[in-house]
Design a protein around this ligand. Structure first.
Ligand code: HSE
Length: 306
């Protein structure tokens, strides 16, 4: 096999109380990438459709993660990468993570799988860091593994796959404004009050327990963000209005997806997820800001070969 076509999914990071460590995978949105093995050594980005991104491998997220793996393995061949980008950069649903995992996953398949998924994610962190100026894996891990993942540690990289109930759906609104992850990180405080930290780790622990035990009531009580949301929600127009209506429409919880501007909800069942979609739409329809809305089952498989 010399060529592979893959689907690299969008993801939601943080999940309210799990800043930088928790994430989940979507199945209705993602990029398509073609990776081709060639005789000429090196990494070459030969096609990008969808958005205007750099072709130089060293300046492209997919290229940087590919180079990290390539330099480690030193294979006797090169690779061409085609990127069909559907996830808008700066949307908050793991655009850079999808690119970063896509290249290394594809190359690994073409080379007979020398690396496991955790090792591939470690290479992808290098690409993600180009976009966000920081090494974190809370979008990369769910894109690679699927489902909910917890990044227990970045160095050394340790990823836990968290079980989840079957009928969990996400509804996500993406207002068409761009928020750069690096800027959304720069506005966060360096120190936090102990009382907020206590609230956050209580919610985080109980959310993980709720996912393990399919306890929706506990999930609803746990999906709160005492630390990050007060700062970042100011960057997202109508955030509080959206949050109010989606909770009224039955969402289990609502928060900022990654570093925003997308806003996510988790919902029990597709019917509630669709009601939440209507409620979000109602708020944004009158604002003059363009938006997309996605309803997606949680994708349990992650990145896949097409
Ligand atoms: N955990 C990251 C953040 C996700 O919120 O900054 C965005 O890449």
């Amino acid at each position: 096999m010399n060529e592979i076509k893959i689907f690299s999914p969008a993801t939601v990071a943080n999940v309210a109380c799990g800043f930088d460590v928790l994430g989940f995978c979507l199945d209705s949105v993602g990029d398509v990438m073609v990776i081709r093995k060639i005789d000429k050594r090196g990494i070459y980005i030969t096609k990008i459709e969808g958005f205007d991104l750099p072709y130089e491998a060293e300046l492209n997220v997919a290229g940087v993660s590919a180079l990290a793996m390539y330099d480690a393995l030193k294979p006797d061949c090169g690779f061409e990468i085609e990127i069909y980008k559907n996830i808008k950069p700066g949307s908050g649903i793991g655009s850079s993570a999808a690119s970063a995992v896509g290249s290394v996953f594809g190359m690994n398949e073409l080379l007979g799988r020398p690396y496991n998924k955790t090792q591939l994610t470690a290479f992808a962190i290098k690409g993600e860091a180009l976009a966000s100026k920081c090494e974190h894996a809370d979008n990369l891990a769910p894109a690679m593994f699927g489902g909910f993942t917890l990044v227990k540690s970045v160095n050394p990289l340790e990823i836990l796959e968290i079980p989840m109930p079957d009928d969990l759906y996400a509804t996500i609104i993406h207002p068409q404004i761009e928020i750069k992850t690096s800027e959304a990180r720069a506005i966060l405080p360096k120190d936090i009050p102990l009382s907020d930290a206590i609230t956050q780790w209580a919610n985080f622990g109980s959310l993980i327990h709720a996912l393990h035990t399919s306890n929706y009531e506990l999930m609803q009580k746990s999906l709160h963000d005492a630390i990050i949301e007060p700062y970042r929600s100011k960057l997202i127009p109508y955030y509080n209005d959206v949050k109010t209506v989606v909770l009224k429409a039955g969402a289990l919880g609502c928060g900022i997806s990654g570093s925003g501007p997308s806003i996510f909800t988790l919902n029990k069942g597709i019917e509630t997820a669709n009601n939440v979609k209507d409620a979000m739409k109602h708020v944004y329809s009158n604002t003059g800001i363009d938006f997309d809305i996605h309803v997606s089952k949680i994708n349990s498989g992650g990145i896949k070969i097409l």
